[in-house]
Design a protein around this ligand. Structure first.
Ligand SMILES: Cc1cc2nc3c(=O)[nH]c(=O)nc-3n(C[C@H](O)[C@H](O)[C@H](O)COP(=O)(O)OP(=O)(O)OC[C@H]3O[C@@H](n4cnc5c(N)ncnc54)[C@H](O)[C@@H]3O)c2cc1C
Length: 511
């Protein structure tokens, strides 16, 4: 039997501790051992608080107990993202974690909905989505396991405190045998022959070797970038936001919303993430279109409650490494690439890279075929997310600010143009096997951004129009009636996973 693979992770942010927790939680120590090196002096990026439903699968897979994690990470549930003022000023739509309606008369639901709109009906697509109606009513419950129920048509994610989540994963990983070293990596040595990373050196002079290094050093990209010189593909011509300013604020008494809000601003957009005890806020902006002071002013003047501390500024460049596994080093997290947090995709990309790495866990002598396939799959993940994000900027009709005019007229990747054209002309949404975002997500954003198809699936016409309209009205009423019976999100969270962090006055105000 092979001796265990010696894995060293550099960096202890969400990426580093997610990797350590997964390896320690899933892989036997006879197969791989894991040591994580992090520097408290350098610290973590400290943002990243909204997630996607895949996180539940990741947590379940590695053995995290949901209620325990939520309680300790000050977490709430998330059913989707509301986009305010995106397609045009005054618009609002929710990208839900679930489908709209149910297939009807031999066609996908949305074809019947398009048909209804073309016949003059004015109801919005969101009226047929269970998670959207629940979000609007600030309600939450677990999805039904009975697939015949409309209350089974969604999944959910979390909002949490990123620092508390990383701390939770650290405890989880250490209990399962992961070793932690406090220290700053100051040097990286390469093997003269193979070009592999031979060792890293810490500030105290210790030299550390490994079979496999995982670079989780964030934007610094110490191993994959500085040491191995892996190129970075710059996507800022399509995603021009390159800065963010972030500040939490006090949570106001009242409804605890089960969704993230992304409000378009003149030079970018502002996030609002509701946690149990506070609200996370940030303005993601394009520095070509607004100054740092103006961005901070916009953010601070539009908070729900009093700011907790001074605003923090972050810089980034949209893009990804050209292959995040090079030699004996895998980059995971911000070191492998960054796509702005509009659709909360970064932690998803982290956890997807980890589960892919686990399924391709190499032996001591790394098989290059594993590396090639890993890079193909992870590159694809990034490319899919990129196109989906660009859609939000490109499909806008705003004429009130330079950023939006630029985005409307920019040249976008062919892969996106083809999808858009297919939808516009036929009403069909392109499907693919690998990569994030199902047709339901693309549909929500197309329609939300004002991209209406000219046609629909001809099979929909089999059902007489009046009958179809009657059926979809029944669907809408059924959803409204079921949502009405759901508990409020605030009450649900307070029963299931009350955070130790919630001040009493706020807890009482959570109805
Ligand atoms: C403005 C903004 C908003 C975001 N919002 C979201 C969101 O809502 N949802 C989402 O999924 N993602 C979001 N993200 C992304 C998310 O924050 C990151 O993907 C996540 O935090 C992982 O970061 P990381 O672990 O890769 O890097 P970091 O958190 O930066 O961690 C880097 C680690 O490396 C260590 N390190 C660095 N250099 C050295 C060295 N020389 N020696 C030793 N240790 C070292 C540091 O100490 C630290 O522990 C957002 C990002 C930004 C910029």
């Amino acid at each position: 039997m092979d001796t265990p693979l010696n894995i060293v992770i550099v960096g202890g942010g969400t990426a580093g501790w997610s990797a350590a927790a997964a390896i320690a939680g899933v892989v036997s120590q006879n197969v791989a051992t894991v040591r994580l090196i992090e520097s408290e002096e350098i610290g973590t990026v400290g943002v990243g608080e909204a997630t996607l439903p895949h996180m539940k699968e990741f947590n379940d897979h590695i053995g995290v107990i949901e209620a325990d994690m939520m309680q300790q990470a000050n977490a709430t549930f998330k059913l989707g993202i509301e986009f305010v003022d995106w397609g045009y000023k005054g618009s609002s739509y929710i990208h839900p974690f679930g489908v709209h309606g149910q297939p009807l008369g031999g066609a996908m639901f949305h074809h019947q909905w398009v048909r209804s709109r073309l016949s003059g009906d004015e109801s919005s697509l969101g009226d047929y989505s269970y998670p959207i109606m629940a979000s609007r009513a600030a309600k939450f419950d677990f999805p039904s396991r009975d697939k015949n129920q409309v209350s089974s048509t969604y999944s959910y994610a979390y909002h949490f405190d990123a620092a508390l989540y990383a701390r939770y994963l650290r405890r989880f990983a250490e209990r399962r045998g992961a070793m932690r070293t406090e220290g700053k990596v100051t040097d990286v040595s390469l093997d003269g022959e193979s070009g592999d990373i031979a060792s890293i050196t810490l500030e105290n002079g210790e030299t550390v070797t490994a079979d496999l290094f995982i670079d989780c050093t964030g934007f610094r990209a110490l191993l994959i970038g500085d040491a191995l010189g892996t190129d970075y593909q710059d996507w800022s011509k399509w995603l021009p936001c390159d800065r963010a300013v972030a500040v939490p604020c006090e949570r106001q008494p009242g409804k605890l919303l089960p969704y993230t809000r992304a409000t378009a601003r003149d030079a970018g957009w502002q996030w609002r993430i509701p946690l149990q005890s506070r609200t996370g806020n940030g303005y993601v902006y394009a520095s070509d279109f607004i100054s740092e002071d103006e961005a901070a002013g916009t953010l601070l003047s539009s908070l729900d409650g009093e700011a907790q501390g001074d605003p923090r500024f972050l810089k980034f460049q949209a893009g990804r490494r050209v292959g995040s596994w090079q030699k004996n080093c895998v980059a995971i997290g911000l070191s492998s690439g960054f796509l702005e947090p509009l659709e909360s995709t970064s932690i998803y990309l982290i956890q997807q890279a980890i589960t892919t790495l686990l399924s391709f866990l190499p032996r001591k002598k790394i098989d290059p075929a594993l590396r090639t396939e890993f890079n193909r799959l992870i590159d694809l993940e990034y490319d899919r997310v990129r196109d989906f994000l660009i859609l939000h900027y490109y499909a806008n009709t705003r004429d009130d600010a330079d950023l939006w005019r630029y985005c409307r007229s920019m040249e976008v990747p062919d892969s996106l143009l083809e999808k858009l054209e297919f939808f516009r002309t036929s009403g069909h949404v392109e499907t693919y096997r690998n990569g994030l975002f199902t047709p339901a997500s693309w549909l929500a954003v197309y329609i939300g951004q004002g991209v209406m198809p000219e046609r629909y699936d001809r099979q929909a016409d089999k059902l007489p129009l009046d009958e179809m309209l009657g059926e979809i009205r029944k669907m809408k009423a059924q959803i409204a009636e079921r949502v009405d019976r759901m508990p409020s999100h605030g009450v649900f969270v307070e029963d299931y996973c009350p955070s130790n962090d919630v001040p009493e006055a706020i807890a009482e105000a959570v109805e």
